[in-house]
Design a protein around this ligand. Structure first.
Ligand code: HEM
Length: 518
């Protein structure tokens, strides 16, 4: 009997047990117990102390000076996966505080005391050495009352860059979504197990579970405006979350040099080496919930396919792009390069879970094969159906045909899941307009309890004069990393450097198009 079977026979279609992927039905990709609040060995006190004082040192302008006094600590005294996760949080937080230091020009060299341990720890975890959703969300929370469960009225963050409640809320909304996603893991497992066995009542029940959970996720994301102010998010918080890819305009021409870190060996993680000044520079995207394994899992479970954007395809950025000017969807291979790239910004175990689940997932195939009479496929969906029929592998047990009523019920349960995923993406799209487009263009944002579109904190004009103490380079203008004012005709860029709204709009459309039947 495989490890998976011993763990839970529902998951026996995977080569490993859920716990081996560091995934659970209780909290999805969040750890099964709250993240550590301190490393056990006092040897790591220098990291702990500096992280605790990050906000204060940002304010006084002494952060970079303090980082340079750090000893280069060995990772040999980290004793568990949880300790590696905590040290990854500490170092990603310190590194971004260092590169994007408040009111300073971005710094393009990460000193050895940061880069060597950060690269080693990231290699162990199978994730890029940069701030990610794993650092600021999955491994960055605690329970106020340990006797009570995970809920927004019992959660606190371990670290924020700005010391604001807005930043805490921004992360905690994501924590709550990720944790609630435990039911997505549970029902996706049940749905695939049912699909493999062609157990239609069980499949319908599991799909209903996915639908109900998706609705909960949408309700949670809509709460973002309750305690996170778009102005604070865009101008104060987002700059710290930026990575060092597409940051030429703010001085990081080749990204950031991980001084000394390049001597070490790494896992099979992708990054770009640019030799300059005898240093090797790396370019990484910044922290984004696009690195959430949960939302990718939902796409995989429902068989929602994304494609290279029309724009990139036309420019030949896809390796499969044809030389002529065809941009029809059917010639674009499935897989959006940005979303696939984001898997290198997930913990390696979570990425492997997605890969293995994708290989084994037959939920959409089962729904499609069982509902042909009522879904009446044509065009692209007819080709899809043919490909399922031609697949002679016996991944789905064969049973008799369903009655029309049963077919309608199954199709309905599946399409409701697609609609609720589309509603989540609609809600997210509006969040992005509100938190990026509106503040960047100086237009009123909606739904903020504190601002009503007018800056209530320090306005940009009142921003303190840039500091030049300690000989560090000073900031010349107000644009910083990802925080930039945009002219009316300019598009807002996502952390990956592409037109965020057009990219997200395409994902919404691809979700909608995944409905079966009319
Ligand atoms: C203020 C709040 C938020 C803003 C401003 C925001 C912004 C963005 C932007 C600009 C993108 C485009 C790609 C990129 O830049 O990486 C994106 C993608 C994405 N975001 Fe958010 N986001 C927010 C909250 C959330 C939350 C709470 C989640 C929940 C998990 C989330 C999940 C995603 C996902 C999954 C993608 C990839 C596209 C997709 O699969 O639909 N975002 N977000």
């Amino acid at each position: 009997m495989s490890a998976a079977a011993k763990d839970n026979k529902v998951w026996s279609f995977l080569p490993h047990s859920l716990s081996e992927y560091d995934v659970s039905e209780a909290g999805a990709f969040t750890p099964s117990s709250p993240p550590l609040s301190r490393l056990s060995d006092p040897y790591y006190t220098p990291w702990e102390d500096l992280a605790n004082d990050l906000v204060a040192h940002q304010l006084t302008g002494t952060f970079r000076e303090r980082v340079k006094q750090l000893p280069t600590l060995s990772v040999n005294k980290l004793v568990s996966l949880q300790e590696f996760q905590r040290s990854y949080l500490l170092l990603s937080y310190i590194c971004h505080g260092y590169v994007w230091c408040l009111y300073q020009q971005p710094e393009e060299n990460l000193p050895e005391c940061l880069s060597i341990p950060f690269c080693e720890i990231s290699g162990y975890l199978g994730i890029n050495p940069v701030t990610t959703n794993a650092a600021i969300v999955l491994w960055n929370w605690r329970l106020l009352n340990p006797e009570r469960g995970v809920d927004l009225d019992n959660l606190a963050t371990l670290y924020t860059f700005t010391g604001t409640t807005d930043e805490s809320w921004f992360y905690l909304i994501s924590v709550m979504i990720e944790y609630t996603g435990g039911d997505i893991v549970k029902y996706s497992g049940l749905a695939n197990h049912a699909a493999i066995n062609n157990d239609i009542p069980a499949l319908i029940s599991a799909l209903n579970g996915i639908n109900t959970t998706m609705k909960k996720l949408t309700k949670i994301i809509l709460r973002m405006t309750q305690k996170c102010d778009p102005y604070v998010f865009y101008w104060k918080i987002r700059p710290y979350l930026a990575g060092w890819e597409n940051m030429e305009s703010v001085g990081l021409k080749d990204g950031v040099a991980y001084v000394g870190g390049d001597k070490k060996s790494f896992s099979n993680i992708s990054y770009v080496f640019v030799p300059r000044n005898n240093k090797l520079y790396r370019k990484y995207a910044g922290g984004s919930a696009a690195q959430s394994s949960l939302i990718q899992l939902i796409d995989i479970a429902l068989g929602v396919k994304h494609y290279v954007t029309e724009e990139d395809f036309a420019q030949g950025k896809s390796k499969d792009a044809p030389s002529n000017n065809q941009t029809e969807k059917y010639v674009r291979p499935p897989g959006n390069p940005y979303l696939l790239k984001m898997r290198d910004y997930m913990p390696g175990k979570h990425k492997q879970f997605l890969i293995d689940f994708e290989k084994a997932c037959v939920i959409r195939k089962c729904v499609f094969l069982n509902t042909q009479d009522v879904s009446q496929p044509s065009g692209d969906s007819f080709s899809e159906l043919l490909s399922y029929k031609e697949d002679i592998s016996d991944s789905i047990k064969s049973t008799g045909p369903l009655s029309t009523k049963e077919q309608i019920e199954l199709l309905d349960a599946y399409n409701k899941c697609i609609s609720s995923l589309k509603s989540f993406r609609d809600a997210h799209f509006n969040v992005v307009k509100n938190y990026i487009l509106a503040p960047a263009k100086g237009t009123p944002s909606t739904g903020s309890p504190t601002l009503n579109g007018k800056p209530s904190l320090t306005t940009l004009d009142e921003k303190p004069a840039p500091s030049s103490q300690n000989g560090t380079k000073s900031l010349k203008n107000y644009d910083h990393g990802l925080a930039r004012s945009l002219e009316a005709e300019e598009v807002a860029l996502g952390t990956g450097g592409t037109d965020a709204l057009s990219f997200l709009g395409q994902l919404k459309e691809e979700t909608r198009a995944s409905r079966l039947g009319s």
